[in-house]
Design a binder for this molecule. Structure first.
Ligand SMILES: [Fe+2]
Length: 447
């Protein structure tokens, strides 16, 4: 299956290519040629720089775009603090717990829009210091108001829809994002989310530090995993509204503020650069695995990675477990038992994950924090230890994913208590039935 067969048809045009320098104009001639900031930009537009890295970041990491818009984003009233329905979780204390945690499917609040429905489940680090990440659940029932926009100054949002279609209008253009697609909305990008098909639910990794990259391919070669050309970037699309009062809500160090504009923030007529939103169809992932014995580490399933300052160690990896063939001989095929120095937050978009046949449901989640032992449940272990090792396709109709981080995750009060979804008996249910099968009568080796 080279691409996902979506139930809702695509309706927007896109540019293609992860990390490429792109340009787009909704009006011919709106993009200046050569210079970026002419004395008088075409059509009376304002030129505005939008940076995602320091100006002096190395060329390979440098993310900057130039926007040509009807009014600059500076033209607004002062921001004022607001308290929204659900988002107090962003300022809650964190609980660091060595136990395995698993959540039943999170509830959708039909009265909440995108902004109201955001809840922080767990996090590490601090947006102020641009360190770490947050893991959020969204579960909304209605579109944002027609004159409302949202942005986060705290980090990049990697959005993983589990249910429902997101129609996202951003400053740089529009994206339609459906379950089995993901999108990344960079820090500071203003956007509005409408729900053409009703309720939506999904997961977000907010990256406080750096930006996502494609993983290195090493001996795999020049193509494989998520291919650059499959990432889709919106084309410039603007509205010309300088009459309506708009509200811009921003998340700033976990607090929410709002400011009034007397014009739409979606007035970018043309843009060029390297700092932009993008989306990706997980069905296009080129999955790689063993064709002999043992299975490689799950890093082989990395779609996007956000590296730390230490080479090969990620602040966050986004990893998927797509449908794939298992052919390994004399091999225990499900994910093995393990304890890792990385913490692992897993979610399930649909279907059944091959390592956990019961209790891990679509829209649910699990967190196996640093050095928290886990692996296949007793039932899966028994079955996999005795099955006939013919080639078999696993994960058909399923898509599980993992947010993996080098940091220890702390869980908010919302994640631990208020959501009321933590499974109290997860550990017992998963591994309580494991029995030793070691032959106690075996002779100890003596020299
Ligand atoms: Fe794991």
């Amino acid at each position: 299956m080279p691409v996902t067969k979506f139930q809702v048809a695509e309706k927007y045009d896109y540019l293609h290519g992860f990390g490429s320098y792109h340009e787009s104009e909704a009006v011919k001639g709106a993009l200046p040629v050569g210079a970026t900031s002419p004395q008088k930009p075409a059509y009376g537009l304002y030129a505005e720089k939008f940076s995602g890295t320091a100006f002096t970041a190395p060329r390979g990491e440098n993310l900057q775009s130039w926007l040509y818009r009807i009014l600059p984003s500076a033209a607004h009233k002062p921001f004022e603090p607001i308290k929204r329905l659900g988002n107090t979780s962003f300022s809650q204390p964190l609980h660091h717990i060595p136990n395995q945690l698993r959540w039943d499917p999170f509830n959708t609040n039909v009265n909440a829009d995108w902004t109201d429905s955001l809840h922080l489940v767990c996090s590490a680090g601090n947006p102020c210091m641009k360190q770490g990440l947050g893991i959020l659940i969204y579960a909304a029932g209605k579109s944002m108001e027609t004159n409302e926009a949202f942005s986060s100054a705290d980090g990049d949002f990697l959005i993983v829809p589990q249910q429902g279609v997101l129609d996202i209008q951003t400053e740089l253009g529009r994206l339609l994002v459906r379950p089995r697609e993901i999108c990344v909305i960079p820090r500071g990008t203003r956007y509005r989310v409408s729900l053409p098909g009703g309720s939506v639910r999904g997961y977000i990794l907010e990256l406080y530090q750096g930006h996502f990259q494609l993983p290195e391919l090493g001996p795999i070669g020049s193509q494989g995993l998520a291919n650059s050309r499959d990432f889709q970037i919106p084309v410039a699309d603007y509205t010309a509204d300088t009459e309506t009062e708009w509200h811009h809500i921003t998340k700033f160090n976990g607090e929410f503020f709002t400011a009034k504009h007397n014009h739409t923030p979606f007035d970018v007529v043309a843009w060029h650069g390297t700092y932009y939103p993008y989306k990706y169809d997980l069905g296009r992932y080129n999955t790689i695995g063993t064709v002999s014995y043992d299975h490689p580490d799950p890093s082989i399933f990395t779609v996007l990675t956000a590296p730390s300052d230490h080479q090969g160690t990620a602040v966050a990896d986004f990893v998927i477990f797509p449908p794939r063939w298992l052919v390994a001989e004399d091999t225990f095929r499900p994910p093995e038992f393990h304890r890792n120095t990385m913490s692992e937050f897993m979610g399930l978009i649909d279907g059944i994950y091959d390592g956990k046949e019961r209790g891990f449901s679509p829209a649910g989640a699990s967190l196996h924090n640093i050095m928290s032992g886990h692996g296949p449940d007793a039932e899966v272990h028994e079955k996999a230890s005795n099955e006939d090792l013919k080639p078999v396709k696993v994960g058909d109709g399923s898509m599980a994913f993992m947010f993996e981080s080098c940091f220890m995750m702390g869980v908010t009060d919302w994640g631990l208590h208020e959501c009321k979804k933590v499974q109290p008996d997860y550990s017992d249910n998963a591994w309580g039935a494991l029995k030793p099968s070691f032959d106690l009568a075996v002779d100890r080796k003596t020299e």
